[in-house]
Design a protein around this ligand. Structure first.
Ligand SMILES: NC(=O)c1ccc[n+]([C@@H]2O[C@H](COP(=O)([O-])OP(=O)(O)OC[C@H]3O[C@@H](n4cnc5c(N)ncnc54)[C@H](OP(=O)(O)O)[C@@H]3O)[C@@H](O)[C@H]2O)c1
Length: 241
């Protein structure tokens, strides 16, 4: 199951996992995008389902796991790629911009993870949860990105916290974060609130492609059962900060 599958890293992860033979549940709000990707993957022989879900709505998140149970018997791997950043200075931004980031990047991710883990445990599956975090979970990238960074620092805490919970009860389920630097997706335009920001952000030097991050995700989930990758930090070679 891949959240944020309508665009960017999530879409690339869904493609890469389907290419490895996984059945895939695609999740996002834009169902037209999901249907187009589902058609592409089915044409290559993959088993695919699509679920419309707003990660800010708990009922939607619970519903997407129910759909995975119905269509595939459950969730073996959850990739939490749904997320966004907003330019939102701490001294001036409207609360709503902060709330959206916190609800999608932190709460939505935590609810999806809880539901997937309960599903894995009910079936006795040694599953894997991957959080798409960010280099912004390791340092503050710019003064207007502190709340975004706070959500990604939170994802880092949730990754280590979940690891500790799982180890405390000797669960074979693994949890991993992947922390990219700049990746060419819809992220930059959404962050700045202007479409031209994409070319400005991604045109300065060769940034990562979404499939570069997807390759890391495939590597993470195909390690043998005794290997738990904790966090993969990956920057474009030319990125300075
Ligand atoms: N691009 C970068 O430079 C970069 C760097 C580090 C980390 N990241 C992280 O990578 C993750 C994926 O972002 P991306 O770069 O691939 O950006 P993207 O192209 O904008 O994709 C974001 C995805 O999240 C989904 N999403 C956003 N809000 C949602 C909501 N309320 N409910 C359900 N889905 C929602 C979007 O789907 P819908 O709009 O269709 O719902 C879309 O599929 C994010 O967590 C981001 O923080 C990105």
């Amino acid at each position: 199951m891949v959240t944020g599958a309508s665009s960017g890293i999530g879409a690339a992860a869904a493609r890469a996992l389907a290419a490895e033979g996984a059945g895939v549940v695609l999740v996002a709000r834009r169902m037209d995008r999901l249907e187009a990707l589902a058609a592409e993957l089915r044409a290559r022989g993959a088993a695919v389902a699509a679920a419309a879900a707003d990660m800010r709505r708990e009922a939607d998140v619970i519903g997407m796991v129910a759909l995975a149970r119905e269509r595939f018997g459950g969730v073996d791997v959850l990739v939490n790629a749904a997320g966004l950043g907003r330019r939102a200075p701490l001294a001036s931004a409207p609360t709503e911009l902060w709330r959206e980031m916190l609800e999608v990047n932190v709460l939505g991710l935590a609810i999806a993870t809880r539901e997937a883990i309960q599903d894995m445990e009910r079936r006795g599956v040694a599953g894997h949860v991957v959080h798409v975090s960010s280099m912004a979970g390791h340092r503050i990238p710019s003064p207007d990105a502190a709340m975004y960074a706070a959500t990604k620092f939170a994802v880092r805490a949730l990754t280590e916290g979940l690891r500790q919970e799982l180890r405390a009860r000797q669960s074979p389920i693994r949890v991993t974060a992947v922390s990219p630097g700049h990746v060419e997706t819809e992220f930059a335009a959404i962050f700045a609130g202007r479409p031209e920001a994409a070319a400005e952000t991604y045109g300065r030097f060769k940034v990562l492609e979404a499939r570069d991050v997807a390759a890391a995700i495939v590597w993470i989930v195909t390690q043998p059962p005794h290997v738990e990758v904790h966090d993969v930090l990956v920057r474009p070679t030319a990125q300075r900060n």
